[in-house]
Design a protein around this ligand. Structure first.
Ligand code: GDP
Length: 354
């Protein structure tokens, strides 16, 4: 699927940069920031595609975590952003725009929806958002409250202007028993995982080996919809042990294994945003692996299970065969989720400590 990615703010820029480093097929990206230093490290995004905004007012030093200021600077900087986007739109003719940002940050949380609104008023193409919710574990109370309320406020605005908002909650990636991982390393791990999931989802329709069922761009668009719904991506995979020669150990996955992986792909801990997926509006399923491991009847049985669990009439699907894959994995995009208890918990926490 041809996407023009827009990395907005620090988190948005870094995730977009990781995406561009992972897969050329994901086409092109620009990065927007109020802070000069944050743009400098984005080595997979050409210098002429990095846009600094609000320079006159902020002198290139960012907006702190002020989402109102982020929105104001975006409004004032629409023309340089739109100039660049317009040029790339003519070259690339993307099927959608996808703006990536941290929802707690001032630049991205406050600015992304302002740009989404402008894009929607000019182009007749979907504008999707990818919003990162902060992990606040161990943060001083004041900062925690600011981040949580910023994220909730941003999300409210985002839902009005984006066709769909894919959520990634950093907390999902915390490793409880391991305390030695630095925040920077954790972000790198999250960014890689998110990039991998998006790459799988968006390149599935371009597999070089012929699939049993093609997963087309229209399946993704139909699953995401246009109503400002919230989506989440589940992914479960395991490394395969190939049985190359008879004396080598190795257990190749069978149909039962694949069916189990399909079922696990919607369990709460594998989702980018945790939610009970029952009652969601739509879903799409993409099994990925060596052609011989993509057992059609196991996919159908797993799909029927998802339909029953989510109470969705028809889960869209298409397989992604890759003859060189060392994994057997299943990705499930769930959209229009109905369970927002995690956001409720964030609201409660703000009340509790203020
Ligand atoms: P902005 O530049 O003002 O938009 O703000 P940031 O993007 O720096 O921060 C917003 C939030 O995004 C932070 O509170 C973090 O929770 C999160 N964040 C920052 N950098 C990363 C990153 O590289 N990856 C992920 N997953 N989250 C990040």
């Amino acid at each position: 699927m041809r996407i023009l990615w827009i990395g907005y703010g620090q988190a948005g820029g870094k995730i977009t940069n990781t995406l561009m480093g992972m897969e050329k097929k994901l086409r092109d990206a620009i990065a927007i920031n109020t802070e000069v230093a944050d743009l400098a490290g984005l080595n997979k995004i050409n210098i002429d595609k990095r846009i600094i905004i609000g320079r006159y007012k902020q002198k290139g030093r960012g907006v702190g975590a002020d989402i109102e200021l982020g929105a104001e600077l975006a409004q004032k900087s629409l023309s340089p952003m739109m100039d660049k986007i317009d040029k790339l739109d003519r070259i690339l003719d993307p099927e959608a725009f996808w703006i990536v940002a941290g929802m707690a940050g001032g630049t991205g949380g406050g600015g992304a929806y302002v740009l989404a609104n402008e894009l929607k008023s000019i182009y007749d193409k979907p504008v999707y958002g990818l919003g990162v919710l902060p992990s606040t574990t161990g943060m001083p109370l004041e900062k925690e409250v600011l981040y949580l309320s910023n994220a909730l406020k941003s999300l409210e605005s985002w839902r009005k202007y984006f066709d769909n908002v894919l959520l990634v909650h950093n907390e999902q990636y915390e490793i409880k028993e391991q305390t030695r991982e630095s925040v920077r390393k954790m972000y790198e791990r999250i960014n890689k995982d998110v990039a991998k999931r998006l790459t799988l989802l968006l390149t599935a329709g371009e597999a070089s080996h012929p699939p049993q069922e093609v997963f087309s761009t229209s399946e993704i668009k139909a699953t995401l919809g246009k109503d400002g719904d919230i989506s989440t991506i589940g992914y479960r995979c395991e490394r395969i042990k190939l049985k190359r020669r008879f004396w080598r150990k190795g257990i190749e996955p069978d149909a039962k294994r694949l069916e189990d992986i399909v079922k696990q792909s919607i369990s709460e801990e594998t989702l980018t945003f945790p939610s009970n997926v029952k009652g969601s509006k739509a879903a799409a399923l993409v099994p990925y692996g060596r052609p011989k491991h993509l057992f059609a009847h196991a996919i159908m049985a797993g799909k029927a299970y998802l339909e029953q669990e989510m109470k969705i009439g028809e889960v869209r699907y298409g397989d992604y065969p890759d003859r060189a894959s060392r994994e057997l994995g299943v990705l499930t995009l769930v959209s229009g989720i109905a369970d927002f208890s995690r956001l409720e918990r964030m609201r409660k926490r703000i009340k509790e400590v203020t």
